[in-house]
Design a protein around this ligand. Structure first.
Ligand SMILES: [Zn+2]
Length: 168
């Protein structure tokens, strides 16, 4: 890195400039916190991608079960009328499809976050808030982590700077 006062090239971990003696501790702390933020945003992005995969598997499973109920491959009491079975199967399929759509949204937010897309910060906040209900209890932990990373002043500044770089 470079001295913030005289521009002299100094070692990465140097506390003082070797040329002008400037105290470089604030720059060092700043550099460290940027590294931390980059790590947190990476972790959060992958957490969202992982949640999306699990959610997607759940959605596919529900769709499959729905189809099986409709096709009467799943043994239910024989006195259940066909119309009820058909309805239950249809509803389960629709729920599965909706869950699959949600998982695509979560995946998009996670991937956008990893690529520092400017829209992805807000998308990740919305998705994390939804996850409190939809992915209980793990979603609560993910949401708290997401809010802590994305709402912190450091997180916002870092994200904005990185996404501006990405667009340039
Ligand atoms: Zn200096």
């Amino acid at each position: 890195m470079f001295c913030t006062q005289c521009g002299n090239a100094v070692e990465q971990q140097a506390r003082f400039c070797s040329k002008c003696g400037k105290d470089l501790t604030p720059a060092l702390v700043n550099q460290q916190s940027k590294r931390d933020m980059s790590m947190h945003i990476n972790i959060l992005g992958w957490l969202l991608v992982g949640s999306a995969i699990l959610t997607g598997i759940g959605g596919l499973a529900a769709m499959l079960v729905g189809r099986l109920i409709e096709a009467r491959h799943i043994p239910l009491p024989p006195d259940v009328p066909f119309a009820v079975m058909h309805f239950a199967g249809g509803i389960t399929t629709i729920i599965g499809f909706a869950v699959l759509a949600v998982s695509c949204g979560i995946a998009a937010a996670g991937i956008g976050l990893l690529q520092y897309r400017s829209w992805a910060r807000v998308a990740a906040i919305v998705v994390s808030a939804l996850m409190i209900f939809h992915f209980f209890p793990f979603g609560v932990a993910i949401a708290i982590y997401a809010f802590w990373v994305l709402f912190s002043q450091e997180g916002q500044q870092y994200y904005r700077a990185r996404s501006a770089d990405t667009m340039a």
